[in-house]
Design a protein around this ligand. Sequence first.
Ligand code: CTP
Length: 405
Amino acid sequence: MYAEKQVVLGVSGGIAAYKAAALLRLLVRAGADVHVVMTQNAQEFITPLTFQTLSGNPVHTNLFNLIQEREIGHIGLADRADLVLIAPATANLIGKVASGLADDLLTTTIMATKAPVLFVPAMNTNMWENPVCQQNRAKLSDYGYHFMQPVHGELACGWQGQGKMPEPEDIFDCAQPLLGTQDLGGKTVLVTAGPTREELDPVRFLSNYSSGKMGYAVARAARNHGAKVILVSGPVHLTAPQNIETIRVQTANEMHAAVITHAKRADVVIKAAAVADYRPANRADLKTKKSQGPTSLNLVQNPDILDELGQNKQDLLLVGFAAETNDIRQNAKAKLTQKNLDLIVANDVSLDDAGFDVETNIVRFFSADGTIEDLPKMSKDEVAEALIKKLVTLMGQKPEGRSGR
Ligand code: CTP
């Protein structure tokens, strides 16, 4: 989302200004061209040199700096920006913008830009909860400015409460949809991710190597394209993505119940989860001792969630994943047909750079209309983006029944 985008990072004067440096690094690594604008007070907390070094661009501090004026003009940044991110946004800055003041370069840029603006507030709890600040926030939200909620925790001033700036990774994640095309606007996409765990007793379970990375990337990509996303996640070590309804489950049966319930409000279901096909016939309530342990396991079959959706689908667009180690084409095509899918994403999990718990994937799309597309090795975010673009195309090809619900 950030590649080749012009981002203005506005930094106002709060202790959280140091975290803006980490955010800047994330943006630059993702390919954004970032121009930092600092208020006078921000420079009391962190030096412009830090941001200049990390961004590779001059840092802008003055409304009427003769050199900066000659190079970009004092509203040049506002014109060029694809996104304006204000992190941290102090009560003072929010108040000034809400009051129509533009008395420094940052407030002028915010007032002059047509790009989306995301405020990331950080301040003392009492300041955040003050009705004046809340009214200013509400007023700006009504005008179409975007806000993240400050998080609860221990504040630099010693207070416990809401007021902390969210972590840079969360800000980075939250801002992405503001850069994307909203071609899934009005659609609801349900994504499943991760493995399931089938317990043998309170300390042991059957599972698989799925990390959930692919499914989480798909959920974020769908959200970035404007969809409302419901993520049904098995047990993984990933944080819930911003602005996505995340439902945590453990077992295949729990995933089955969650998916069947929530698929009723979905236009698209993407099943990236690696669901365990079998579970132990009996789960012991107490830890099974070595001396009494079974030497073989009795297993019973779990419901095939995707198959059930496929057999009952009406205008639902259904996407499966096929994790294979051999005969990929044959196996993927068989699953596409048997489960009545619109698309299946097949990958060879025996390859080093594909499949479970790696950052990249090498996939092939098999569509119900018979077309096959081979994608090169990509990051999981890039695969997810390609999948969502493919879905948008498929939705456009469906004659009826997908225009919203
Ligand atoms: N799937 C599912 N419920 C299951 C098993 C699989 O919904 N009980 C879904 C997966 O989420 C995936 C697709 O079906 O989207 C294919 O899963 P995969 O494990 O590759 O294949 P299986 O159908 O389990 O068949 P096999 O294990 O024989 O390859």
